[in-house]
Design a protein around this ligand. Structure first.
Ligand SMILES: C[S@@+](CC[C@H](N)C(=O)[O-])C[C@H]1O[C@@H](n2cnc3c(N)ncnc32)[C@H](O)[C@@H]1O
Length: 461
């Protein structure tokens, strides 16, 4: 790999004798991996059979690649993520019932991991600053089958006004110079110049300042990058520790091949060794840096009165058609739920246009927020009927739906292609959850022996 001379010289100086092995690792192939989804009730055997072993540090992690058109991938039974990046979710270690923020979340590798570790209980806010990427994030979380994730499309500095001292845990998986991903995405090298890490570090500090305003006293902040640059890694953590005396480092468990953070690459604070560095010449994965911090009792959130003033200043964004569904709309959905999903309960229903969602418990007022997905997308409110969504199908286990219909792999291929399915058995008309090899693949509507296809047009292949 053709690395810039300034890059090679920098790491020659920083790593000394080790630099040759470090630089040689850029000529090795990148390592791929995937995580299995524990929210789905079964093992993605087909994908695991092709895996190249377990990732020791990650209970659901495997080495190997995933076919993006496989049943396991399309139905969210697996998520493709390189093995070093998977360690971040383990370090965050969110617990069921907590309020968790993934501030820089797209495309969703860490968010899917966090909500799985939370057993889909509590609240995950997955935020992404760029609209297109927020859409991809929402779609990946939809496949994953989560009911308690809200996807937002906000700048960190506007988000901070809505969630002062709110979250138990915050992950800042920061936009960075990406040096650790050069093997996987060689185009990243073209953006690199000697000043780039410092520019990224400035942006990261602003994001961290916003994050700190949203962290509860006693909460946990995890900061990660996929770069080796000390400016963006230890030096940013050293800055945080000086700027926020309420923060303290938390020691991160080091599995074989993982390195300590490097105090000598920042201000010499020995606490920085508690962070973890993943170097591809030591660890089977790409380059990563992770630091974990605990906020002691005092809160650094904005004072409450200021918060109220800020909220009043803001105007409501979005359509006036949003909000609570009408009584009739609610009844239409309840009729569907009673017939098909009697074991489920959705208490906070919210409508965006003609789309119905179930909001997670404990979510703040959505007014003034740029919302990509306000929770689980239940379906569409039509004039006299309710049409269930693909997200609802992905969030259901087959046995939770009164009508489910087992289809073959060939029929699944027809379904994702958008075809109508002809069914030999004589079955009553109505909605069916289609199930292929135990995977919930979507809803279909039986009309006189054929299944009408509701797989979204934009996803067909
Ligand atoms: C390293 S990526 C996140 C990867 C993601 N956590 C995952 O595991 O799939 C960083 C994200 O930060 C977003 N970003 C870029 N500039 C930002 C900014 N100024 N504030 C917040 N996020 C930003 C990028 O669009 C990108 O999606």
């Amino acid at each position: 790999m053709d690395l810039p001379e300034a890059f090679k010289n920098k790491y020659q100086q920083l790593l000394g004798d080790e630099a040759a092995a470090f630089l040689a690792s850029f000529n090795q192939p990148s390592t791929s991996g995937f995580r299995q989804n524990p929210l789905k009730n079964g093992s993605p055997t087909a994908t695991i059979d092709g895996a190249d072993g377990k990732v020791p540090a990650v209970p659901d992690g495997y080495y190997g690649s995933v076919d993006g058109r496989s049943l396991d991938h399309v139905t969210g039974w697996v998520y493709s993520q390189e093995p070093s990046a998977m360690y971040v979710g383990e370090v965050v270690d969110p617990q069921p019932g907590e309020r968790v923020l993934d501030l820089c979340a797209a495309p969703g590798g860490k968010s899917t991991h966090l909500i799985a570790k939370m057993h889909d209980q509590g609240l995950l806010v997955a935020n992404e600053i760029f609209k297109k990427r927020a859409q991809i994030l929402a779609s990946n979380l939809e496949r994953w089958g989560t009911k308690n994730t809200v996807v937002l499309n906000e700048r960190p500095d506007s988000l901070e006004q809505h969630f002062p001292a709110f979250f138990d845990r915050i992950l800042v998986d920061a936009p960075c110079s990406g040096e650790g991903m050069f093997r996987k995405e060689p185009a990243g090298i073209t953006y690199w110049n000697p000043d780039y890490p410092a520019e990224c570090a400035n942006r990261q500090r602003k994001i961290l300042q916003s994050a700190l305003k949203m962290l509860k006293a006693g909460g946990t902040l995890v900061y990660s990058t996929c770069t080796f640059a000390p400016e963006e890694d230890e030096q940013n953590i050293a800055w945080l520790l000086k700027e926020y005396p309420g923060l303290e480092m938390v020691d991160i468990r080091k599995f074989p091949g993982m390195d300590n953070g490097r105090p000598d690459w920042a201000d010499g604070n020995p606490e920085l060794a508690k962070a973890v560095r993943l170097f591809p010449h030591h660890y089977r994965g790409e380059g990563h840096f992770i630091a974990k911090l605990h906020l002691r009792d005092q809160s650094v959130g904005e004072p409450f009165k200021q918060r109220q003033r800020n909220q009043r200043k803001k105007k409501r964004r979005g359509s006036t058609n949003n909000g609570r569904p009408t009584k009739d709309e609610r009844q239409m959905f309840m009729a569907f739920q009673d017939e098909y999903l009697p074991s489920q309960s959705f208490t906070h229903l919210v409508k965006f246009g003609d789309q119905l969602y179930s909001l997670p418990d404990g979510m703040v007022e959505l007014t003034n927020l740029q919302v990509q997905t306000p929770g689980l997308h239940l379906g569409t409110l039509k004039k006299n009927r309710f049409e269930p969504s693909l997200a609802l199908a992905f969030s259901c286990q087959p046995e939770e739906v009164t009508n489910h219909l087992v289809i073959t792999k060939d029929q699944w291929r027809q379904y994702v292609h958008g075809d109508v399915l002809r069914i030999e058995q004589s079955l009553p008309n109505g909605w069916y959850l289609l199930v292929c090899e135990h995977h919930s693949v979507g809803f279909g509507k039986m009309v006189n022996g054929t299944i009408k296809n509701f797989f979204p047009k934009g996803l067909r292949f």
